[in-house]
Design a protein around this ligand. Structure first.
Ligand code: APR
Length: 313
C-alpha cells in the first residue's frame, strides 16, 4: 500500500481547522488536528470529513487530544496559542504563546522526531525560535509562516489598485512579521513590469503601509480574533512545496547563518522549500535602504528572542 503523507496541526482553532480543511480538500495528505480542549478537534475533524463526499476528497481527517495520535507526521504545523485581541500587539502575546509553543513542541518532537515544523503562532519570528530551541531540530526543519501571507496581502492590494488579476502580480516581502517587514519593491512586478512604473510613489507607500498593518486591519474588523483564511492558504502553499518537493522559492522565516548579514536568527528571507524543508536561503541584492530595513527587522527579532531566553523555557 502506498503510504499517504501525514500532516498534524496543533491548535484546532480558526487557523488550524481552516488549514485542515484546505489540506484535505487538496488531498495533500491525512490530517490530524490536535487541541488542548476536549472534543473540539474531534468535532471539527468530523465536520470536515463529512464534507468529503460532496467535495470528493479522499483524506483521513481526525481530531485528538493525545499526542500519540500524531506519531510519525511528516509535517507538524503549530498554530496553538491565543490570538491577538484588538489593540494588542503581537509582542504582547510573547509570554503566553512562548509557554504554549514550548510545551507543544516538546510533545510533538517525542512522537515525530523526523518532522518538519511550520510555526504559525505569533509573535511569529520569536515563536519559531522557541520551537527551534525546544526541539533541537536541524535548522532546515523549523520554518515560520509569515512572508507568504504578507506577500499575498501585498499582491492583493496591488491587484486591487491596478484592477488586474492577482495572478499577474508577483511580490516579495522580507524581514519580520510585523511593523518591521520590508517589501522589496524592485522585485515586485506585474507581468514582469516593476510595480514602481505602474503605481505612483504616494499610492504605493499607502499600499505598503496597509500591508504592514494587514494583520491588525483584520483584527479590528473581526473584533473577536485574527485572520485565518489567508494565513491557512499560506500554510498550505508551504506544505505543498515541501511534500511535493517543489523547490519553490517562498518568503519564510528561516534560520540565517550570515545571509543578509544576519546570524543565528529566524528572519523572513526568500527560501527554496523542498522535501528537506529549507533547502537553501536565496540571497538577492538589496538597496542600502532595504538592507537597513532587514537589519532593523533582525534587531527587533533578536530583542524578542532575548526576552524568550529570559523566560528560561
Ligand atoms: N495545546 C494545544 N492547543 C492549544 C494549547 C495547547 N497548549 N493552547 C491553546 N491551544 C488551542 C486553543 O484551544 C485554540 O483552539 O489553540 C487554538 C488557537 O485557536 P484560535 O484561538 O482560534 O486562534 P487562531 O485564530 O487559530 O490563531 C492561532 O495563529 O495567526 C496566529 O496570532 C495567531 O497565535 C495565533 C495563532
Amino acid at each position: 500500500m502506498v503510504k499517504r503523507n501525514k500532516v498534524t496541526i496543533i491548535g484546532a482553532g480558526n487557523v488550524g481547522s481552516t488549514t485542515a480543511q484546505r489540506l484535505a480538500e487538496k488531498e495533500i495528505g491525512d490530517v490530524v488536528l490536535l487541541d488542548i480542549v476536549p472534543d473540539l478537534p474531534q468535532g471539527k475533524a468530523l465536520d470536515i470529513l463529512e464534507s468529503s463526499p460532496i467535495y470528493r476528497f479522499n483524506a483521513k481527517v481526525s481530531g485528538t487530544n493525545n499526542y500519540a495520535d500524531t506519531a510519525n507526521s511528516e509535517i507538524v504545523i503549530i498554530t496553538s496559542g491565543i490570538p491577538r485581541k484588538p489593540g494588542m500587539s503581537r509582542d504582547d502575546l510573547l509570554k503566553t504563546n512562548a509557554n504554549i509553543v514550548s510545551q507543544v513542541t516538546r510533545q510533538v518532537v517525542r512522537y515525530s522526531p523526523d518532522a518538519i515544523l511550520i510555526v504559525v503562532s505569533n509573535p511569529l519570528d520569536a515563536m519559531t525560535y522557541v520551537a527551534s530551541k525546544v526541539s533541537g531540530f536541524p535548522k532546515n526543519r523549523v520554518i515560520g509562516m509569515a512572508g507568504v501571507l504578507d506577500t499575498s496581502r501585498f499582491r492583493t492590494f496591488i491587484a486591487m489598485e491596478l484592477g488586474v488579476s492577482v495572478e499577474n502580480v508577483n511580490a516579495f516581502v522580507l524581514g519580520g512579521h510585523g511593523d518591521t517587514m520590508v517589501p522589496a519593491i524592485r522585485y515586485t512586478t506585474v507581468v514582469g513590469i516593476p510595480v514602481a512604473e505602474l503605481i505612483p510613489k504616494d499610492r504605493l507607500d499607502l499600499i505598503i503601509k496597509r500591508t504592514k498593518e494587514g494583520g491588525a486591519e483584520i483584527v479590528s474588523l473581526l473584533k473577536t480574533g485574527s485572520a485565518y483564511y489567508a494565513p491557512s492558504a499560506a500554510i498550505v502553499e508551504m506544505v505543498e512545496a515541501i511534500l511535493k518537493n517543489k523547490n519553490k522559492i517562498l518568503p519564510c522565516a528561516a534560520y540565517c547563518h550570515g545571509e543578509y548579514g544576519i546570524k543565528d536568527l529566524f528572519v523572513g528571507v526568500p527560501v527554496k522549500l523542498g522535501v528537506n524543508g529549507v533547502e537553501k536561503i536565496i540571497e538577492i541584492s538589496l538597496t542600502p535602504e532595504e538592507k537597513a530595513g532587514i537589519l532593523k527587522s533582525a534587531e527587533a527579532v533578536s530583542e524578542l528572542c532575548q526576552s524568550v531566553d529570559r523566560l528560561g523555557l
